[in-house]
Design a protein around this ligand. Sequence first.
Ligand code: GLN
Length: 286
Amino acid sequence: MLLGELLRHGEDVLQATSSSARLDSEVLLACVLGTSRTKLLVALRDECSEEVATQFLRDISRRAAGEPVAYITGYKEFWGLLCSVSPAVLVPRPESELIVERALALLESIPAPRILDLGTGSGCLVVAISRELCDRGERQFHCDAVDRSAQALAVARSNAERHGVGHYISWVESDWFSNREALSPPYDLIIANPPYVDPAEDTPKELSFEPREALFSEDQGLRDVKSIISTAFEFLNPRGVLLVEVGAGKRGALIPFLDTMKLSYRFLGDDSVADNFTIVEARATE
Ligand code: GLN
């Protein structure tokens, strides 16, 4: 069979369950071949081996059952960096790149910054930020990256090492701020992508493959977000900033809560459900 025919077959099988059947099929086949999508696309007339076909068809059936492509290939690209993932961590979402972008802008004016990443998961945020700071020539920064899952911390650590920033990050097993002694405040910046999906919401099948505790939060998805906002300012320096991803459609429910706190805040991102994200940027008022 030719690679092109195999690719088309994968696409046909995925048509019923995936909105990105062609792309999924390309990514999965390129991964089995150990090549890039671009190289695959110029090799479509090549014959493929029996082993490649068998492995690819196995992967296609996992994908057809709803498993995210990233768990099948074992990686996802985030901020242009290859990020290993396992079912112990959430698959990085492109919308979270806005946290990286905003964090980097805020950190421009802060020499030797101290950063805390809450619920680091795959480590994608802290690794991307650290990589950029290094590339800028900043060598004095330090990050603490927290997760309550030791398995997630192991994935995050391997991602940091892969991208040469392990040296700048301490890994802390903690349920948000619970492991106080292991944290080293005051921080200039705290970032978090906590679970914020309302358990009562209808969610796509793909989410059932991801760790529940990284996705769902009581109180309409706001329990963890509120808990982080309530405590973060004890750990930030007086001019420090908090960036929390909170999910789309949550602004209305969050505003009354934010208004009870001594904070100035604004929302970043798009609150429409289609775009599925909103980020709160908050700082203490003097
Ligand atoms: N954006 C993700 C989703 O809706 C949720 C990520 C999260 O809860 N932090 O699928």
